[in-house]
Design a binder for this molecule. Structure first.
Ligand code: BV8
Ligand code: ZN
Length: 258
């Protein structure tokens, strides 16, 4: 069953020369990767994500916060990209001017074939020293999902301070280069797909709004309504792993990624 609006969105996408695909945690939901708020189970159940994803929380209890991210990294390692991730890679293959901008800290876009997604909130796979920012190796151990447990973070090979996750916490500035690249792409784009994001976290949530203000066609893919509905020309209220392949089929008649 094709969602209404898919055929029209497909026509708009087929004409796009500089599309931006802007993604949030809903993009990875059908890969079984818990969204930011769903990732609070087991040991972390009694915490508020927004309080745990902060420098203060890490300073107060490095093992608790490091353990949460190691548990999430293990969940991502065990997950597979879904047909939505592969549809995004298919758009990039079709339209060389495509830019993928993600708020996600997983590597599923990369594993689906996206060349160089812009990570606005960093990555679970880029730990670094909490003091001198020296890059640290990605631990190959796994934090058993579910029961979880505090995990003492490794120490920096250069200054011996605790290693921290390579993500952007609340109250921290986004990586300058990534944010500039995302704003530049939003300025230049002719179509922006916003997929699986609640549009609540700033300044990332500015990206689709900048594109709309500058006259780009913004199309949203999300089962729920979000504050971004207002700036979208089309709202496809369905799951990304279903709607994105349908959109690629509608645009190029491709045997979209299964
Ligand atoms: C900064 C990495 C300043 C960490 C993340 C008051 C008003 C406005 C702003 C603020 C305010 N108070 C504070 C702020 C600023 C704050 C902010 O925006 N707060 C919000 C909550 C109000 N922002 C910051 O602090 C940022 N930094 O402002 O710095 C500064 C400047 C200069 C110098 C120094 C400081 C930093 C924000 C980055 C935080 N880090 N991630 C980690 O992952 O642990 S954000 C994190 O939460 C995720 O990355 C995600 O982007 C966000 C929300 O998480 P989720 O809810 O899981 O995901 P999402 O919102 O995308 O929702 C899921 C969606 O998917 C839903 O809509 C759902 O319907 C949909 N969905 C579900 N299933 C599917 C689906 N869609 C499609 N298909 C499906 N199958
Ligand atoms: Zn160091």
């Amino acid at each position: 069953m094709e969602l209404s609006g898919t055929a029209e969105a497909g026509k708009l996408l087929a004409r796009a020369r500089r599309p931006v695909v802007f993604t949030g945690a809903g993009m990875s939901a059908e890969s079984g990767v818990p969204t930011f708020r769903d990732a609070l189970t087991g040991l972390w159940e009694q915490f508020d994500a927004q309080a745990l994803a902060t420098p203060e929380a890490f300073r107060a209890d490095p093992a608790l916060v490091w353990g949460w991210y190691e548990w999430r990294r293990t969940a991502v390692r065990r997950a597979e990209p879904n047909p939505g991730h592969r549809a995004v890679a298919a758009i990039e293959a079709r339209v060389p001017g495509t830019v993928v901008v993600t708020q996600n800290v997983d590597d599923l876009h990369e594993r689906a074939g996206s060349a160089a997604p812009v990570h606005l909130h960093g990555s679970l796979f880029a730990p670094r020293c909490s003091a001198c920012a020296h890059p640290a190796p990605v631990p190959d151990g796994v934090a058993e999902p579910g029961e979880g447990r505090p995990l003492t973070p490794p120490r920096c090979g250069r200054c011996d301070a605790p290693v921290r996750p390579g993500v952007v916490w609340f109250g921290e500035a986004l990586p300058e280069q990534a944010f500039e690249a995302a704003v530049e792409a939003a300025y230049r784009c002719d179509v922006l797909l916003t997929v699986g994001t609640s549009g609540l976290v700033y300044p990332a949530a500015e990206i689709p709004q900048v594109a709309a203000r500058l006259g780009a066609t913004v199309i949203q893919i999300n089962p729920e309504e979000t504050p971004l509905d207002a700036v979208c020309e089309l709202n496809l209220h369905g799951p990304a792993a279903h709607v994105l392949p349908a959109l690629v089929r509608a645009a190029w008649g491709d045997a979209a990624p299964a």
